[in-house]
Ligand binder design. Structure first.
Ligand code: IPE
Ligand code: IPE
Ligand code: MG
Length: 246
C-alpha cells in the first residue's frame, strides 16, 4: 500500500497490514513433488493432505477467516482409476483422523462441490463433518471437493429456474446466493502452488476480483513462510475494482 517495491525485491510482510478475509488455494504439484523424490504420485497426495493442517493453523494465527482449498476437481475424475481411488480414501481418512481436533479447535468445515458422484459412505462422512462443526467460528475450512466452477454455475442456474424466478429477478446477488459458497465472502487472494498460471475451474464466479499469486513451490513444501510471502505480496497490491485511484 503505497510502498514502492522494486522488481527483484520481495515485498515485506506487514504485521499490522491488511489480511485477506478469504484465501483460496489451488494445492497443485503433489504428483511432481513425489516424482522428484522417486516416489509414486500417491505419496505426494499423502504429503499434500498432511500439509493442509500446517497452513490452516497458520491461517488462524494470521486472522484469515475463510480458507478454501481445492482438493479435487470435476475434471480430476479423468485420472487413472487407482489415483482417483487413492484420493477418495485420503479424504475419508483425513475426516476420520482429523475431525475431533478440528472440531475442538473451532474449525467450521464446509464443502463446495457436488455430492452426486461421491460414494454413499464418503458422502455420509462429509455430511456428518459439516453438521458437527456448523456452529464453530474460529475459521471456516471450505473444502472444494468434486468441485468445478462451471458445474457450480450450472447448478445455481438450475436451482434458480426450479424456484421459478423471473428473468428480472436474476441479479448477481441472487446467483451468488445459489452457489456452493453462499454466505461466504468472495476470495480476496487466490494462491496457486506448483508453478502454473491458471485457475483450472476454481471459484470461477467468486474470483472475479481476487488477487492472484502463483509460486513454483509444490504444495507439500508450501509452508508458513510461503503463506506469509503470498500475503505480503497481497498487502502491496492496489485493488481498484475498476475504479480510479483515490
Ligand atoms: C494436485 O496435485 C492435487 C490434485 C489435483 C488432486 P497434482 O496431482 O495435480 O500434482 P501435479 O500437478 O501432477 O504435480
Ligand atoms: C487443479 O490442479 C485441481 C486441484 C488442485 C484439485 P490440476 O492439476 O487438476 O490442474 P491442471 O490439470 O494443471 O489444470
Ligand atoms: Mg496438477
Amino acid at each position: 500500500m503505497g510502498v514502492a517495491v522494486s522488481a527483484e525485491s520481495k515485498p515485506e510482510f506487514i504485521p499490522n497490514g491488511p489480511i485477506p478475509q478469504h484465501v483460496g488455494i489451488i494445492m497443485d504439484g503433489n504428483g511432481r513433488w513425489a516424482q522428484a523424490r522417486g516416489l509414486p504420485r500417491t505419496m505426494g497426495h499423502r504429503a499434500g493432505t498432511k500439509n493442509i493442517r500446517r497452513i490452516l493453523e497458520e491461517s488462524v494465527r494470521l486472522g484469515i477467516k475463510v480458507l478454501t482449498v481445492y482438493a479435487f476437481s470435476t475434471e480430476n475424475w479423468g485420472r487413472p482409476r487407482a489415483e482417483v481411488n487413492h484420493l477418495m480414501r485420503l479424504i475419508s481418512q483425513s475426516i476420520r483422523d482429523e475431525l475431533d481436533e478440528l472440531d475442538a479447535n473451532g474449525v467450521q468445515i464446509r464443502h463446495s462441490g457436488r455430492l452426486e458422484g461421491i460414494s454413499p459412505r464418503l458422502r455420509e462422512q462429509i455430511e456428518y463433518a459439516l453438521e458437527r462443526t456448523r456452529n464453530n467460528d474460529t475459521i471456516i475450512l471450505n473444502v472444494a471437493f468434486n468441485y468445478g466452477g462451471r458445474a457450480e454455475i450450472v447448478d445455481a442456474i438450475k436451482e434458480i429456474i426450479r424456484k421459478g424466478y423471473k428473468p428480472e429477478d436474476v441479479t448477481e446477488e441472487l446467483v451468488s446466493q445459489h452457489l456452493y459458497t453462499a454466505g461466504l465472502p468472495d476470495p480476496d487472494l487466490i494462491i496457486r502452488t506448483g508453478g502454473e498460471y491458471r485457475l483450472s475451474n476454481f471459484l470461477t464466479w467468486q474470483a472475479a476480483y481476487a488477487e492472484y499469486y502463483a509460486t513454483p513451490t509444490y504444495w507439500p513444501d508450501f509452508d508458513e513462510a510461503e503463506l506469509r510471502a503470498a500475503i505480503a505480496e497481497f498487502q502491496h497490491r492496489e485493488r481498484r475494482f475498476g475504479l480510479v485511484k483515490s
